[in-house]
Design a binder for this molecule. Structure first.
Ligand SMILES: CC(C)(COP(=O)(O)OP(=O)(O)OC[C@H]1O[C@@H](n2cnc3c(N)ncnc32)[C@H](O)[C@@H]1OP(=O)(O)O)[C@@H](O)C(=O)NCCC(=O)NCCS
Length: 234
């Protein structure tokens, strides 16, 4: 049994280790965690940069990987307390982003300013317990290669943004976006897609290519068969 498993399976040791790494009720680890421990567990590849002002709520028990030539810009926050953060190569995490794992971001992505990507949700279901004291839930967020996420976007837990897709500024993404699409708004809706045959970006007419069923009646009256297959209508 590895060290991590041993700590995880013994609740007393787990609590002690946790308290050594982080003061009670806080999200930020003690100073020595980033300075002395994390470098042995986390990987920053060649020419990858995390700017000095970035707040690093990073813990050795989860992954933090920053690929070759990727940059996390100033005033951003990285938090892997409840899930891994894995960022590919040549990706730019813009100024003042907040990334809370589990989050996986591919290669060559651009995240503009003030983007919030959180794979964590607070449990709220029990009305008798303060939300603050309910268990958190996690669902990984995946941003595939070559995406551009506009300024002030929020991405909800469990969402996948497909390769080379664009999310317009100010959008809130609550459902997955297929590859080669543009989505905007709150909640984000598809407005354009890349037509492989025409070799151009065309207006999105409600044909969800990944379910191969037309849904021109996207605003209602969608068949049960369609609902069962089409991610946008699940
Ligand atoms: C999405 C975006 C890339 C535009 O893409 P585009 O393909 O040129 O889209 P268009 O300008 O043709 O707009 C298409 C429609 O979407 C709407 N739209 C565009 N961006 C939108 C946004 N962010 N939110 C809501 N609606 C938006 C347009 O008003 C237009 O609506 P209409 O068809 O009713 O007229 C751009 O608007 C955007 O949001 N860019 C992000 C900018 C940013 O964050 N920069 C930070 C530096 S990296």
């Amino acid at each position: 049994m590895g060290l991590k498993e041993r700590i995880n399976t013994n609740s007393i040791i787990k609590r002690v280790v946790h308290r050594i790494l982080i003061p009670k009720g806080q999200a930020m680890p003690r100073w020595f965690v980033n300075a002395l421990i994390n470098p042995f567990f986390h990987k920053k590849m060649r020419k990858a940069k995390v700017r000095l002002s970035v707040r690093k709520d990073l813990f050795p028990f989860n992954k933090f990987l920053l690929g070759k030539q990727s940059v996390v810009e100033s005033y951003s926050t990285l938090n892997n307390g409840v899930g891994d953060i894995v960022i590919g190569e040549n990706t730019r995490v813009g100024i003042s982003n907040v990334i809370i794992g589990p989050v996986m971001i591919g290669n060559n992505c651009i995240l503009a300013q003030n983007v919030v990507i959180s794979g964590l949700n607070h449990g709220y279901e029990n009305p008798d317990v303060s939300i603050k004291d309910q268990k958190v839930k996690t669902k990984p967020i995946v941003i595939e290669d070559d995406c551009w996420i506009g300024a002030n976007v929020t991405v909800a837990a469990g969402v996948t943004i497909g390769k080379h897709s664009v999310v317009g500024a100010g959008s809130t993404v609550t459902k997955s976006i297929p590859p080669y699409h543009v989505a905007v708004g709150n909640p984000a809706k598809l407005i354009k897609k890349y037509d492989i045959e025409k070799k151009e970006w065309i207006k999105y007419e409600g044909q969800h290519h990944h379910c191969e069923l037309s849904c021109t009646k996207a605003s209602g009256g969608v068949s049960e068969e369609h609902k069962g297959k089409c991610e946008m209508h699940l």
